[in-house]
Write a protein that binds this ligand. Structure first.
Ligand SMILES: *Cc1c(COP(=O)(O)O)cnc(C)c1O
Length: 398
């Protein structure tokens, strides 16, 4: 096990984020090494045979296991409070491998309606082809979730808070509903990360990550992860990965491993700045509505502080004047990056109706509450007064 395994149970979050998962080699390196190797060497033909037969533990090939990837997996499993983690090539590969590992033709997914765009596409266009249907319900409406479960429903899937409107669902109660009806609850924890929210402790069965976002924290690599128990994740999901191949590269694992060391500090800094900006936006006449879990007026504000430690780093707001006005705000900013990525040290701004949610029909967009005047800001780690100044410059174009 990792160098901290004895202490792991009592060590705090920050300690585990820095220490868990590294098994120092005889070279005595301090920072975790990158094992840039596709295969591993055996002492003898007999040892090779024993490893392939599964009689002897150890590395064979990096599509199966790699020490740098394993260090990242152990560290993230510890932070999420799960028994097991498998790393994947991207967040989407994590969702695909979870569905392929746990579902079969004829099963149904019940999902929150507001989802990351590619996830909706994966469910509707690709999984549907293999006989897995998905039904959608409004994220925070627990009665709707319960009413929509039928005999074929096997898996409940959600993101909380949602993108971009930061709607939340009570995960403890959703887990109770799922388990009462014999379903698994899968939570995409990309927006909060385990520094702010640990769905497994609230009753969820599986946590999904796009490591591309806050786990990296500086917008460098694409990757993902699935966290849960040894049977579902360690055997079923892992089996799909080692066979089908969307595994994480050792270099990317190393970047994410180092990202985890500062995760808690960063998430608290992102949240502090986002809260300050949300309060300020609320005072501006050009801004019609502000969506941020930390605001007292947010419909699920009561979940902040308990289920979710802080409001997080994402703020959405709606300006008067529709798409034309929203685009003018975006184009008048000078520092903030115009990109749909999030979870970066650099603040980003995006117009969801014409980017992340542009493929939805206008009716579906309206149903999801994505108005033409809506903007999403993923608040970075620059000085908050400079972010505010740039947003004010953007808003002064109205
Ligand atoms: C980005 C994202 C994904 C997909 O992750 P990739 O690493 O881009 O494949 C899934 N869910 C959420 C909430 C995301 O923001």
């Amino acid at each position: 096990m990792s160098e901290l395994s004895d202490l792991d149970l009592d060590a705090g979050f920050a300690t585990r984020a820095i220490r868990t998962g590294h098994r120092r080699t005889p070279e005595g390196e301090h920072s975790e090494p990158v094992f840039a190797t596709s295969s591993f060497v055996f002492q003898s033909a007999a040892e090779a045979a024993a490893r392939f037969a599964g009689d002897l533990e150890g590395n064979i090939y990096s599509r199966f296991t790699n020490p740098t990837v394993r260090a990242f997996e152990e560290r993230l499993a510890s932070l999420e409070g799960g028994d097991c983690c498998v790393a994947t090539a991207s967040g989407m590969a994590a969702i695909l491998a979870t569905c392929m590992g746990l579902l079969k033709a004829g099963d149904r997914i019940l999902s929150s309606r507001s989802l990351f765009g590619s996830t909706t596409m994966l469910f509707n266009k690709y999984l549907a082809r293999f006989g897995i249907e998905t039904h959608y319900v409004p994220l925070s409406d627990l009665d709707a979730w319960e009413a929509a479960i039928d005999a074929r429903t096997r898996l409940l899937f959600c993101e909380t808070p949602s993108n971009p409107l930061t709607e939340m669902v009570d995960l403890r109660r959703l887990a109770e509903i799922a388990h009462r009806r014999g379903c698994l609850l899968v939570v995409d924890n990309c927006f909060c990360t385990p520094a702010l929210q640990r769905p497994l402790e609230l009753g969820a069965d599986i946590v999904i990550h796009s490591a591309t976002k806050y786990l990296d924290g500086q917008g460098r690599c694409v990757g993902g992860a699935v966290v849960g128990d040894r049977k579902q994740v360690g055997e079923e999901v892992y089996g799909v990965l080692r066979t089908a191949g969307p595994t994480m590269s050792p270099f990317n694992a190393w970047v994410f491993l180092k990202g985890l060391e500062t995760l808690e500090l960063r998430m608290l800094a992102h949240s502090g700045a986002a809260a300050q900006l949300a309060e300020w936006l609320l005072t501006l006449p050009a801004v019609e509505r502000v969506f941020y879990p930390g605001l007292a007026g947010h419909p699920q504000h009561a979940l902040v502080g308990d289920q979710q430690r802080t409001g997080g780093g994402i703020v959405a707001f709606q300006v008067r004047g529709g798409q034309d006005a929203a685009w003018r705000v975006v184009d008048a900013t000078r520092m903030i990056s115009i990109t749909a990525n999030l979870g970066d040290a650099k603040t980003t701004i995006t117009h969801p109706a014409t980017t992340t949610h542009g493929r939805l029909t206008p009716e579906d967009r309206a149903k999801a509450g994505i108005s033409d005047g809506l903007l999403r800001v993923a608040v970075g780690l620059e000085d908050v007064q400079d972010i505010q100044k740039d947003l004010a410059r953007g808003l002064s174009a109205l």
